[in-house]
Design a protein around this ligand. Structure first.
Ligand SMILES: NC(=O)c1ccc[n+]([C@@H]2O[C@H](COP(=O)([O-])OP(=O)(O)OC[C@H]3O[C@@H](n4cnc5c(N)ncnc54)[C@H](OP(=O)(O)O)[C@@H]3O)[C@@H](O)[C@H]2O)c1
Length: 296
């Protein structure tokens, strides 16, 4: 099976590359933004025609939620037009397109877990651009897997845990919002479930998150305890930090549909953070990793 990965320098794409390096039955090519800009239709057509993939894993995205408020066009160019280009070229070349969207397509007012049957209503430009991408995907091809993921973390910089460790270096007292709730989701688990879904020839829209839910404040408390960091964490409401983009209050999604489809229970977010921290410790200090504290 030939796989083409887009957005190769991002955190999810890097996790796929680590996984596929060890998998015998897949031959993967990974292209970063410089090698393949998904908003360029000619470049996308040429790349797919040239590498003739069976599967395209689209990990490319414009993820800067606040910046998208001021530069809506930039977000739509990648997150909407980019997906239209990929769907068109994948259909033409008979390739499966695997794409990732977000919990930010929901407004967060449901007061329960969002399921695949709920109607999206994004409250910021990032969410609107990702929803437009979903629609282009569904209109453009039947041969797709569309996963909505939330609060993605892995070995990269575009995530909450990385930002927390950066803040912890600078300040002993951190204020963290307690009125944004969703599900932190580990790139390692996204890769595992995606590959199972591919192997089982599943198609369609699924919510792919770790299990459970938490506020940003709860995530920070758990992560800092794991790292044995002593910073004082103070819970505050979102209006404490005037952000350019509005965020949903409770955008946690149910992973029941995908979990049943692949016959796999998806681990809790705390378990995922445990594995992420111990993986990072092993990478930093392979000889003496067990029981040691990750230096941040
Ligand atoms: N991170 C999250 O918390 C989160 C939450 C919900 C959903 N998601 C979705 O999950 C998926 C994976 O996200 P991630 O966390 O791995 O994101 P990431 O780390 O930000 O990676 C995205 C990659 O896409 C690249 N890119 C941007 N514009 C591009 C273009 N026009 N053509 C090709 N590549 C381009 C980025 O390059 P530059 O950095 O150089 O621009 C970056 O390397 C995305 O669809 C994202 O929207 C993520």
């Amino acid at each position: 099976m030939k796989i083409l990965i887009t957005g190769a320098d991002g955190q999810l794409a890097m996790e796929f590359q680590r996984y596929l390096e060890k998998a015998d039955c897949y031959q993967a090519t990974a292209l970063n933004k410089e090698k393949l800009d998904i908003s360029d239709l000619n470049a996308v057509s040429e790349a797919i025609l040239h590498s003739k993939p069976d599967i395209v894993l689209n990990c490319a995205a414009y993820n800067q939620v606040d910046k998208a408020e001021d530069d809506c066009n930039a977000a739509f160019k990648v997150n909407a037009a980019g997906i239209k280009n990929l769907a068109f070229s994948c259909k033409k070349n008979d390739a499966l397109l695997v794409h990732y969207s977000t919990d930010y397509v929901f407004d967060g007012t449901k007061e329960d877990f969002y399921t695949e049957d709920d109607v999206p209503n994004p409250i910021n430009n990032y969410g609107k651009s990702k929803l437009a991408g979903e629609r282009f995907l569904i209109e453009g091809t039947d041969n797709f897997l569309l996963f909505r993921v939330s609060w993605v973390f892995g070995h990269g910089k575009q995530n909450f845990l990385y930002k927390l460790t950066e803040l912890a270096r600078k300040d002993n007292k951190l204020k963290i919002v307690c009125d944004q709730v969703s599900v932190p989701t580990y790139t390692g688990d996204i890769v595992m479930i995606t590959m199972l879904a591919i192997e089982k020839r599943i198609r369609g829209l699924y919510h792919l998150t770790n299990s459970g839910y938490a506020s940003r404040y709860e995530v920070a408390r758990y992560y800092f305890e794991k790292l044995k960091l002593c910073n004082l964490l103070l819970p505050v409401t979102s209006n404490h930090f005037p952000m350019t983009a509005k965020r949903p209050y409770f955008s946690a999604m149910s992973n029941t549909k995908i979990s049943e489809a692949v016959h796999q229970r998806i681990p809790d977010w705390k378990d995922a953070i445990d594995r992420f921290v111990s993986g990072a410790q092993k990478r930093l200090n392979p000889e003496t990793s067990s029981g040691h504290v990750l230096k941040v």
